[in-house]
Design a protein around this ligand. Structure first.
Ligand SMILES: [Zn+2]
Length: 248
């Protein structure tokens, strides 16, 4: 399904990332309250990533009746770029703080820092997001082809989430297949790697086996997301160095 990713309770804030069609109904289906959002993040101008953005902005602002929340998007999403976007109407941008991010640009929401990351995708202004808080880094590549510097964009990720469309070495323009994702996982070396946005060829080819293969080849825990998957990010916190560890 295309409802996107909900990240809850980071520095007391709740974020909905890439709310594609169904984000509203899937939120309720999986027990998440869209009224409790503090930010809506939209990586690019493809419908499967922005379809329900306005609906969630309505929820965040209580039907556009309150000044609330932050809307963060690529330049194409917020302002439009050539034939891409804008994807959110001006009406839906009047009640929240609006941030347009280019790769490398950051925005701070309390103690949460959100940085745009480079992609190579159909929408030339598409970004991924690197989200840092409390010494933790969650990296989301969004839709992108694999490219030589991609790992640098997501360096230091504790949890790495990527759109991986096809199994094995079955390449597809503007996206990653499992073999390309494996290279990225090796280079970034996160504590957990998650494949999402799985295409039909991937879904019918047992994505769990693809994930197992990557785990075995890299030694890094890799999973294939499924609808309604819930992850406890605290499990992937960097190891705290205790005083004992500094003993000689
Ligand atoms: Zn896309």
């Amino acid at each position: 399904m295309t409802g996107g990713i909900r990240i809850d309770g980071i520095d007391g804030k709740n974020i909905h990332l890439d709310p594609g069609p169904g984000a509203l109904v899937r939120s309720y289906q999986f027990g998440l309250n869209p009224l409790k959002l503090d930010a809506v993040l939209v990586s690019h101008c493809h419908t499967d990533h922005y379809g329900d953005a306005e609906v969630l902005i309505e929820a965040m602002t209580r039907g556009m009746s309150r000044k609330r929340g932050v809307v963060i998007g690529s330049q194409s999403v917020i302002n439009g770029y050539k034939q891409w976007g804008p994807c959110i109407s001006n009406y839906h941008l009047i009640k929240s703080q609006i941030v347009s991010l280019l790769p490398g640009e950051s925005f701070k929401m309390g103690n949460v820092q959100i940085t745009g990351t480079k992609t190579i995708h159909g929408d030339p202004r598409a970004v991924g997001f690197k989200i840092n808080w409390d010494g933790f880094t969650l990296a989301y590549t969004s839709d992108t082809a694999y490219f030589a510097g991609l790992h640098r964009e997501h360096a230091g990720a504790d949890v790495l989430i990527s759109s991986v469309i096809r199994p094995g070495g079955d390449k597809i323009r503007g996206h990653m297949c499992a073999e390309e994702f494996q290279k990225l996982v090796e280079e970034v070396s996160p504590r957990l790697a998650v494949m999402t946005h799985l295409g039909m060829k991937m879904i019918t080819n047992q994505p769990d086996l693809e994930a197992k293969k990557i785990s075995e080849n890299t030694g890094i825990k890799t999973i294939a997301a499924r609808d309604g998957l819930k992850l406890d990010l605290d499990q992937y916190q960097p190891k705290q160095q205790t005083l004992d560890e500094f003993k000689f």
